[in-house]
Design a protein around this ligand. Structure first.
Ligand SMILES: *[C@@H]1O[C@H](CO)[C@@H](O)[C@H](O)[C@H]1NC(C)=O
Ligand SMILES: *[C@@H]1O[C@H](CO)[C@@H](O)[C@H](O)[C@H]1NC(C)=O
Ligand SMILES: *[C@@H]1O[C@H](CO)[C@@H](O)[C@H](O)[C@H]1NC(C)=O
Ligand SMILES: *[C@@H]1O[C@H](CO)[C@@H](O)[C@H](O)[C@H]1NC(C)=O
Length: 320
């Protein structure tokens, strides 16, 4: 009598257990591991954003790649790609909608929710948003849109190329991208300084800004004087040449990006504001672990379409 219901229950329970096993999912988002501790990062690619349409700038990106081949020292043998930038001033409405559809950029109403601290900084008026689109979802400044889209399309292309080439995931975490704007000024000294920074780089870094302004570096220099005064052993002193940043950010003229950093950047898409602000928001939200190189490793020619001077005036504080 009682056997039949028991049997039914037993069948249901074993079935459920089985189902549970079959559809078992990871308990949280899978984290991309950091690069190997103690291994000097191996820069695997150079990308230079190419303003292929521009009379004034069109020759710059190919010239940087040529320069690397001839003068790049240890970096002369790695592939250098001129990545076509997004020509925002000549983009059709359809091309802009396509960017939105691919979640590269979006109006502010589509923005990712901010963390409490980021929200607080905006609320207190320390920051002001410079959106890419106005209330009618029209482009406010094509140069902001072009810069944001070009950078993120380049980062996305770098990761997609690894998928296309079927690079094993464990190998990808040991890859690092050098991404330049075409008006970056790279010298032999830049390459040497960059090489000397690599051994001390945090294996969990996401992004290193190579064109930091002095207001990031002054506080770390001051701290170093203090450490010297109290005779703190050298190995205990934080590096004065790689300064962590959280609440402000400088320019994107030259960036070193880890594979983990690339995925973290892409996880922050879409870009809804001027790219430097968007980067800063991701840092404040702890999506990105960022550093700047002090003193700067590359400089910029400061051509008119770069819009970053605006940000220099706002970045009053030092590394946080
Ligand atoms: C660095 O990367 C290049 C190409 O990605 C590879 O050929 C080389 O073996 C790597 N070097 C080390 C030390 O891992
Ligand atoms: C702007 O883009 C369109 C296609 O989207 C192209 O036909 C046109 O030649 C471009 N403008 C210029 C000045 O090249
Ligand atoms: C990456 O960009 C290059 C240059 O535009 C293009 O030829 C290539 O197809 C892109 N790769 C992927 C996977 O989208
Ligand atoms: C260049 O690479 C070689 C080995 O690949 C290494 O011994 C040397 O220290 C590197 N140079 C610099 C400046 O890092």
């Amino acid at each position: 009598m009682i056997l039949l219901p028991l049997l039914v229950v037993a069948v249901i329970v074993t079935d459920q257990l089985h189902l549970g096993k079959r559809t078992q999912l990871p308990t949280g988002p899978i984290r991309v591991p950091c690069a190997t501790q103690g291994k000097v990062p191996n820069i695997s690619d150079v990308y230079v954003i190419h303003s292929y349409w521009s009379k004034d700038r069109g020759h710059l990106a190919p010239a940087i790649c040529d320069w690397f081949k001839g003068n790049g020292g240890n970096l002369s043998s790695i592939p250098c790609t001129t990545f076509p930038g997004f020509w925002a001033t000549n983009a059709s409405r359809e091309q802009i909608l396509e960017l939105i559809a691919h979640r590269i950029v979006a109006p502010e109403t589509h923005a990712k929710r901010q963390g409490f601290f980021t929200w607080l900084l905006y609320w207190l008026g320390f920051n002001s948003a410079v959106p890419l689109f106005d209330d009618q979802e029209r482009v406010i400044n094509p140069s902001y849109l072009g810069t944001a889209a070009s950078h993120l399309l380049a980062v996305q292309n770098w990761t997609l190329e690894m998928s296309r080439m079927e690079v094993p995931p464990a190998e990808r975490t040991e890859r690092h991208l050098l991404l330049f704007e075409d008006d970056a000024v790279v010298t032999e000294r830049s390459v040497e300084e960059l090489q000397s920074l690599l051994p001390r780089l945090d294996p969990c870094y996401d992004v290193v800004g190579l064109d930091s302004t002095d207001n990031f570096c002054a506080p770390s220099r001051a701290a170093d004087v203090l450490w010297r005064l109290i005779r703190l052993p050298l190995s205990w002193r934080p590096s004065t040449r790689l300064v962590p940043v959280r609440t402000c950010y400088s320019r994107n003229t030259g960036l070193l990006i880890s594979y983990k950093g690339a995925l973290n950047l892409l996880s922050g898409l879409p870009v809804t504001r001027e790219i430097d602000l968007w980067f800063r928001d991701l840092m404040t939200d702890r999506v990105l672990k960022a550093y700047v190189a002090c003193p700067r490793v590359v400089t910029t020619q400061g051509l008119p379409t770069t819009d970053s001077h605006l940000w220099d005036q706002q970045a009053l504080g030092g590394g946080a």
